[in-house]
Write a protein that binds this ligand. Structure first.
Ligand code: 16G
Length: 240
């Protein structure tokens, strides 16, 4: 219960009590928590204090509010390590989830200057420009816009991208994937991506640009992805 003479602010004590109920499964994922009025009565505090605690839990991603419907317990975010060069398919399978892709664009084209530079291509070399929505258990997690050199993947057809690109690279084309460089930044979702990712137009996404290289140093993909910030948390281990 709340201790009003403690040096810990009351709203923080309520944050901790609510967290415990979430972690112990007393409040289950996807279900509503009691109303502000009910919580205020339970803890013998004002509704304003309860609101402050709830806002803190919403900001930390444990709860989310829906207009007119109440406050719900959020699905825990995916914790995605940033120190291994893995594919979306591998990441989902490692979590016991079913990966799938919805291809929204697949075309052969002459790349823009930037993509040509990134992929180390010659004038006139073409790329496959591919856009895929990546799902986990049928729910959209990210959208990827990818460029890969045609000369590395001749005869590639759209259907093959329904599965794993990395699997194709390694097992179909017999190439060895070496390393990648990634950039990560936050942004407000674009109108188009909000539709694909099932997000509010004000939602935040994590934009990742990955440039990946074969072990001989040749770049084989440039991918710009938008990941749902409400579903992803990226983790790195750092050492002194
Ligand atoms: C990941 C990569 C993407 C790569 C894809 C291959 C990031 C930000 N992006 O989504 O660059 O093309 O995996 O996945 O991690 P696949 O083998 O399942 O097609």
């Amino acid at each position: 219960m709340v201790n009003k003479s403690s040096h810990v602010p009351v709203y923080i004590q309520i944050v901790e009590l609510l967290k415990e109920k979430i972690v112990h499964g007393e409040y289950t994922i996807g279900s509503t928590i009691p109303s502000e009025r009910e919580l205020a009565e339970t803890f013998h505090v004002s509704r304003m204090t309860v609101r402050q605690s709830i806002t803190q839990l919403v900001n930390s991603g444990l709860l989310y509010r829906e207009k007119g419907r109440g406050t719900f317990v959020a699905i825990p975010k995916f914790e995605q390590p940033l120190n291994g060069l893995t594919s979306f398919t591998e990441d989902m399978l490692a979590r016991g989830m079913e990966p799938s892709s919805h291809i929204i664009a697949f075309k052969k084209q002459v790349p823009t200057f930037d993509i040509r530079e990134d992929l180390n291509l010659k004038d006139g070399d073409e790329v496959f420009s591919i856009a895929r929505i990546r799902n986990a258990d049928q729910k959209p997690m990210a959208i990827e816009r990818m460029y890969i050199p045609v000369k590395l993947f001749p005869n590639l057809i759209e259907k093959q991208l329904q599965g794993s690109l990395y699997n194709l690279v390694e097992n179909q084309y017999g190439l060895e994937i070496g390393n990648a460089i990634q950039q990560l930044e936050a942004s407000i979702v674009t109108k188009e991506d909000a539709k694909y990712l099932n997000l509010d137009t004000s939602a935040v996404v994590l934009l990742i640009k990955r440039m990946s290289f074969l072990s001989n140093g040749q770049p084989f993909e440039v991918v710009r992805s938008a990941y749902r910030a409400d579903r992803y948390k990226f983790i790195t281990e750092i050492r002194r």
